[in-house]
Design a protein around this ligand. Structure first.
Ligand code: TRP
Length: 433
């Protein structure tokens, strides 16, 4: 079955090696698989939640766009767009906001972390908390549900948001789906192996730890300088080193095949100096990203070229989003008036047409039930039961199991009613429930 993979990166920073190894590279590799449709986007509305520096948002979204493209994203294969170009997304956000329980948002990690911090500092719990931060998971749900993504690759900290998107989808389907699934249920995909890329100090590479190695920014010189700052112990060249005691080997693994990785570790144990090891790591990474950097620099020098690609991506995304949103608007009661009038004139096809079970008590004191059509024709007639409960249980089974229960149920067909008609009536009830 075709999978629809969707992921976004918030445009607040410059991409680093951790973003590349943990998100961008695997996403691009997955997008080349034949059974996969990929939707990758720049989460620039999300950037506004955390950042009120327009220059930074601007720089970051262009750098990220160029990074994805330079890293090999094929805009013909992948639907690649800026979130803020898809006007349907904020509109869907509102439809979802109206069915999202406030209590669900109270439990979101990002919001709770903010209130906990405020409380610890003796502040009002909501100090500095914007409505953007508070309802951020709904915007993210709209990103995902707009395109009915089945799989969402994210970091571990985002899993809760995917679960919330599922909850919200379920609630919307239940309220407005009329028995159909408007939204599919997305699943988070977390690759913990890729998440653990260490930074300069050995902790997870992250902007918040200030330990990142920039991907393209700063050129090959910048890469080399950053690698030179990776923390090692004070063992001298010739002394055996523990490959597990430094970020060097894990970083090397991320860019090498299994044989190369094993050789590197063996050489460290055999006394390879830290300086030489760093040079080897630099060369290995540069071999992969050097050519991409050249492409990146080229793109960054041609903003109109990137803009054109983003516009094309937006057009493809909106070709899917716009008709789907029209369906959703209709489902909640926001149809054009003339269509509304036409529907009111048309005979009601839905609920009214369904046959109905009725339970009743006869003069003999026993309990009965029958299944009749809307115009009163009896399809099924039960025998009498001592207990009303018994009749109720048979009705329940017939509704749930349809024909299977029919074989055992103490019922008779109504006059001139065929088995097919009864089967169809039960099936329509099961479908509507
Ligand atoms: N919130 C995500 C992050 O900070 C980015 C994001 C926004 C996203 N919308 C999304 C990721 C939809 C996956 C799907 O990492």
């Amino acid at each position: 079955m075709t999978q629809r993979v969707l992921t976004g990166i918030t445009t607040t920073g410059t991409p680093h090696l951790g973003n590349y190894v943990g998100a961008i590279r695997p996403a691009i590799a997955a997008s080349r698989r034949p059974d996969t449709e990929s939707f990758f986007f720049l989460a620039d509305y999300h950037a506004l939640i955390k950042c009120d520096d327009p220059a930074r948002v601007e720089r970051s979204r262009m750098a990220l766009a160029a990074t994805w493209l330079a890293a090999g994203l094929d805009p013909e294969r992948v639907v690649f767009y800026r979130q803020s170009d898809i006007v349907e997304i904020p509109e869907l956000t509102w439809l979802l906001t109206c069915v999202t329980a406030k209590g669900l948002m109270n439990r979101a990690h990002a919001y709770k972390a903010a209130t906990d911090q405020n409380q610890a500092a003796g502040e009002d719990p909501d100090f500095g908390v914007s409505m953007g931060l508070y309802s951020y998971p709904i915007l993210m749900a709209a990103d995902i549900l707009m395109f009915n993504a089945t799989q969402v690759p994210v970091g571990r900290d985002q899993v809760q948001h995917i679960e919330m998107a599922r909850d919200i989808a379920q609630r919307f389907n239940h309220l407005f789906g009329a028995g159909k699934e408007l939204f599919v249920h997305p699943e988070a995909v977390v690759d913990s192996k890729l998440e653990l890329l260490p930074g300069l100090d050995g902790r997870k590479m992250s902007k918040s730890y200030d330990n990142v190695i920039p991907l393209f920014e700063g050129g090959s010189r910048g890469l080399k300088d950053a690698i030179a700052r990776i923390v090692t112990d004070s063992r001298l060249p010739g002394e055996p080193k523990d490959p597990e005691s430094t970020a060097l080997s894990t970083l090397f693994d991320a860019f090498a095949d299994a044989d190369e990785a094993r050789d590197f570790r063996d050489e460290l144990r055999g006394g390879l100096g830290w300086g030489d090891a760093k040079q080897r790591l630099f060369e290995r990474i540069e071999a992969e990203i050097g050519p991409m950097r050249a492409h990146y620099d080229e793109l960054m020098a041609q903003p109109e070229r990137i803009e054109e690609i983003m516009q094309q991506g937006a057009a493809r995304a909106r070709a899917i989003a716009a008709p789907f949103l029209a369906r959703l608007r209709e489902a909640v009661g926001l149809r054009p008036f003339h269509l509304q009038r036409d529907a009111e004139k048309a005979p009601k096809q839905t609920k009214q047409a369904l046959p109905q079970f009725k339970q009743y008590r006869e003069a003999d004191g026993r309990f009965y039930f029958k299944l009749s059509t809307q115009d009163g024709r009896v399809l099924l007639q039960s025998r009498g039961f001592e207990e009303g409960r018994e009749a109720g249980q048979w009705i329940g089974r017939l509704k749930r199991e349809g024909k299977t229960a029919l074989a055992e149920a103490p019922v008779e067909a109504g006059e001139g009613v065929s088995a097919e008609e009864i089967g169809a009536a039960l099936a329509s009830l099961a479908e509507a429930s």
